[in-house]
Write a protein that binds this ligand. Structure first.
Ligand code: MRU
Length: 345
């Protein structure tokens, strides 16, 4: 299933970015179109398209569309700024926007297409490296959604799990529901079912007890921004899962492409954590469950200290502690696109 794609203008319809609206999953697979900058920003901020690499891919196409819509230089600059800041935590969005804008490409479209093509190859590489970290058989646990929906490719952490399954490892995945927006319950279960990977849904509060009761052998999650000491921002609840895993002696892994690393940050204290509307917490699956005026604190992400992370799976291999050596080393590697081009030649 394509998650994000470019739609050229045809038969009177303007050019657009096509996307599967993730707010409607798993019950309805709705293909939507973003035709304006407002619609691009709404789709990202409203989580119609979500997951760090996927919003990067979408944002890249967004710049190509903004270029077509806004011939005026000031208007285009404003559009770029709006798309770039539609969500603040996942560095992939700003990374992709900056890459497209800095490219020599006239329409920006070929650069946006290249980002998505590379994402697929990057995801395949992470899957191959990460599969080796998974047990030959047994339970693993994941949080949020990190599959094809979250990257517009094959996925990060869920891509690793699916790759391990495809290589014959007999995994059973425990899926945190991921309150408040239920990315685990709605999206991860949907993607695991499509991939034929056995899975069981649990309430977020059951994660620690499940790790102990079900002999979970490894935890693997994605990331939205990683500092050079390994501190990792990911979906709210990840930090608690990492603490429980450390207490139980279970290895806790991150899978994320190099584009999720913020090489300008020495630690996680500088990561901007998005806070979302309290209405998301006062409701469950859209149905109100709390007094309408109860104050709410709703951070969308938290930061897991690098010292709780056993390894970070990237397209270049698995980075291991000490991260303040292994992560800066990743900055020195050639662009993955160049490696792909060399392989093809
Ligand atoms: O708010 P979301 O659903 O965009 O948050 C997504 C996550 O936290 C993912 O774990 C992260 O982006 C990695 S996606 C491959």
């Amino acid at each position: 299933m394509d998650v994000v794609w470019w739609e050229a203008a045809s038969s009177g319809r303007p050019a657009a970015i096509g996307y599967v609206d993730q707010r409607r999953l798993p019950h309805d697979v709705v293909r939507s179109r973003a035709e304006t900058v407002d619609e691009i920003v709404d789709a990202i901020a409203g989580l119609g398209v979500r997951g760090a690499p996927a919003i990067g891919v979408f944002g890249g196409y967004g710049i190509a569309l903004a270029r077509m819509l806004h011939a005026d230089a000031d208007e285009f600059t404003r559009a770029v700024a709006r798309i770039r800041s539609a969500r603040p935590t996942a560095v992939n969005l700003a990374w992709a926007v900056d890459r497209v804008v800095a490219s020599a490409s006239e329409t920006y479209l070929d650069q946006a297409l290249a980002i998505q093509e590379e994402q697929r190859a990057v995801d395949r590489a992470m899957g191959a490296y990460g599969a080796e970290l998974m047990p030959l058989a047994g339970a693993v646990l994941t949080h949020c959604n990190t599959g094809p929906l979250a990257t517009a490719g094959y996925g990060t952490a869920l891509g690793v799990i699916i790759a391990a399954h495809e290589r014959g490892r007999k995994l059973h995945v425990y899926v945190d529901e991921t309150r408040p927006l239920l990315q685990g319950a709605r999206l991860t279960t949907f993607e695991l079912a499509r991939a034929g990977v056995p899975a069981t849904l649990i309430a977020d509060g059951a994660a620690a007890a499940t790790m102990r009761a079900k002999n979970v052998r490894a935890v693997i999650v994605g990331a939205d921004r990683i500092a050079t000491n390994g501190d990792t921002a990911n979906k709210i609840g990840t930090f608690g899962v990492a603490v429980a895993a450390a207490h139980l002696g279970i290895p806790f892994y991150i899978a994320a492409p190099r584009s999720t690393i913020d090489f300008s940050l020495r630690d996680g204290s500088g990561i901007h954590i998005e806070e979302r509307d309290g209405a998301e917490v006062r409701a469950y699956g859209g149905a109100p469950v709390a007094p309408h005026d109860i104050p709410v604190y709703n951070p969308a992400f938290d930061v897991t200290p690098g010292r709780l992370i056993a390894g970070i799976v990237t397209e270049y291999g698995v980075a291991r502690p000490p991260y303040d050596e292994s992560i800066p080393d990743l900055a020195t590697r050639p662009p993955f696109g160049a490696l792909l081009a060399a392989k093809r030649a």
